[in-house]
Design a protein around this ligand. Structure first.
Ligand code: 5GP
Length: 194
């Protein structure tokens, strides 16, 4: 997605060989016009799927997820990272190792908002090792619902998440793929037009 590539080139800050900071449009300040386009693009790429819900993880997944949900006119749910006081009988829980915080969090979703009939599109801001996306997929599968696909705003394709998710049988659509972050520079991977 060219618009997103331009934004990454203009505003992305390479923090290390494996971390990109995009806090001016996605991770802190958010660009609603860009997010609207992101939502349109995900809805186009998954238009063949009978999606009934969007699932993401707080907090940076929420903007692209809500814009996709708006396009598809379905509800959006975000998994919470912090322990809920709700009775555990009423929640779906999975452990997820956080790439940025380097700690394991329990992510939770209320059973009220997912059912076995759902076709769930998972959306997240970044894909690195795939921990967050796999955790969200396990939440969906725990309740007996179907993962319709996984939409990622920025995939770092030099890390294994994308390959592992595809090997597990999920359709992964990444709007921008980064091949390397060496020497403070962003190198994009070849774009596959779908
Ligand atoms: P994974 O679970 O695939 O290993 O990592 C994805 C999660 O870690 C995303 O939810 C995202 O919040 C965070 N993340 C991974 N890599 C980066 C990065 O380079 N920059 C930022 N800002 N977040 C990242």
């Amino acid at each position: 997605m060219q618009l997103l590539k331009n934004k990454v080139m203009q505003e992305g800050i390479v923090l290390s060989d494996n971390v990109l900071k995009v806090d001016s449009f996605l991770n802190h300040q958010m660009d609603p016009v860009l997010m609207k386009e992101v939502g349109r693009e995900f809805s186009r790429r998954f238009s063949h799927e009978p999606i009934t819900k969007i699932l993401t993880i707080e907090s940076s997944g929420i903007a692209p997820a809500i814009m996709t949900a708006l396009e598809l006119e379905v509800p959006m749910i975000f998994a919470r990272k912090h322990k809920s006081l709700t009775l555990r009988d009423h929640i779906l829980v999975e452990k997820v190792y956080s790439f940025t915080k380097q700690e394991t969090n329990e992510i939770t979703v209320s059973k009220k908002f997912l059912s076995s009939d759902d076709h769930v599109l998972i959306i997240d801001d970044f894909l690195a090792n795939g921990e967050a996306a796999f955790g969200l997929a396990r939440i969906v599968e725990q309740i007996g619902a179907k993962v319709a696909g996984i939409g990622i705003v920025i995939e770092k394709s030099f890390q294994p998440g994308g390959r592992l998710l595809q090997e597990a049988g999920y359709q992964v659509e990444s709007l921008v793929r980064i091949a390397a972050l060496d020497n403070g520079c962003v190198t994009f991977a070849e774009e596959v037009i779908s």
